[in-house]
Design a protein around this ligand. Structure first.
Ligand code: PLP
Length: 338
């Protein structure tokens, strides 16, 4: 679902004459609450009017491709790193050197290097299993601990994951399995898993929200989102697979042909500050690992240093042709299954 939020109305809240500062068309691929918090605060601080379009990472990449001859967005904030790398390779985004780059974690700068300066890391998060502990208990099921557990027939129809065409999260999961098992075994695994999947959701955040609402017992999602739901009072827990798991470098890119380039650069610089990164939690209730080294990891947030992470090959799985090929294979072999 595309969400358009005109924040023009907020201009009147600020004492700054917003129109004089211009406009920023923000394509946003984090959760809507964070998108709104970022837009509202940036607008309040700078007087720049922000129009937000929120979509999943895959959907945003598709929109940017479709609009390449006539770009409508200025800056793409958030979403998994692979599609940002694909956009860089396809010359859909432009290089920028922020004066704040020196404050960032090495993985955030690695994303910058890998993209030829066209994308930068804003946050990181690990893939894992979210579960509704009440629902599992009622069904007499234990939470899954491993990728091997997940295909157990006892979980038939109990698991939800997203569709990689629209969701960056789902693509990270497929790329993770390919790296853990090899490609053919990963697709055989996904076929074996299929009877346990009750829906391939559009957005990567859909499955964990379905877990929180009690609509599905288990989700494959970023584990920081499970903590957000738990903190909101839902009976949600999370685990990460014992065999190892993949992770994302949530990224930001300025679009090629951005009509509001000065405003886009200002937002880019602002989004890398400690204050802006704290907003993700303080207002958006998000618990990713922030990329600014001085931004603290929120208490209770998943600590990536103690999770068994694979050495995710961003160069390979962020390549446009590889991404397309794996998603097309998923469409043929998994998406088409009854
Ligand atoms: N929301 C959060 C909190 C995320 O960490 C991410 C990944 O970057 C997304 C949304 C991306 O969602 P999708 O899988 O729909 O692209």
């Amino acid at each position: 679902m595309v969400r358009l939020i005109s924040l023009a109305v907020l201009a009147c809240l600020a004492s700054v004459p917003a129109r004089a500062q211009g406009v920023l068309n923000l394509y946003c691929s984090v959760q809507i609450e964070w998108c709104q918090a970022a837009a509202t605060n940036f607008q309040r601080e700078t007087g720049i009017r922000v129009n937000v379009t929120q979509r999943g990472s895959g959907e945003t990449l598709a929109a940017i491709r479709a609009e390449a001859q006539n770009p409508r967005g200025d800056l793409w904030f958030g979403g998994t790193g692979d599609p940002h790398l694909a956009a860089a390779e396809e010359n859909l985004t432009q290089a920028y050197e922020s004066p704040h780059a020196g404050q960032l974690q090495p993985w955030a700068l690695a994303q910058h290097r890998q993209s030829g300066g066209r994308a930068i890391g804003v946050y990181a998060g690990a893939v894992g299993f979210g579960f509704n502990s009440e629902l599992l208990q009622r069904r007499g099921l234990a939470p899954p601990r491993s990728w091997a557990d997940l295909v157990d027939p006892r979980y038939r129809g109990e698991i939800q994951v997203a569709n990689p065409n629209s969701s960056g999260t789902a693509y990270v999961i497929i790329a993770t399995l390919v790296q853990l098992m090899g490609e053919d075994r990963a697709f055989a695994y996904l076929r074996e898993l299929h009877p346990n999947i009750n829906a391939y959701a559009r957005s990567g955040t859909g499955p964990i929200k379905a877990v929180a609402r009690g609509e599905t017992a288990i989700s494959l999602s970023f584990v920081h989102d499970a903590v957000t739901e738990k903190n909101a009072g839902f009976p949600v827990g999370w685990t990460t697979p014992t065999e190892g798991t993949g992770f994302e470098i949530g990224s930001m890119s300025i679009l090629r042909g951005a009509r509001n380039l000065a405003q886009a650069r200002r937002f880019y610089d602002w989004a890398l500050t400690v204050e802006a990164q704290r907003l993700g939690f303080d207002i958006g209730k998000q618990l990713q690992t922030p990329s600014n080294r001085a931004a603290p990891l929120t208490e209770g947030a998943p600590d990536l240093t103690v999770i068994r992470l694979i050495d995710y090959d961003f160069a390979r799985y962020g390549r446009s042709a590889e991404r397309r090929r794996l998603i097309e294979r998923w469409d043929r072999e998994i998406g088409a299954l009854p």
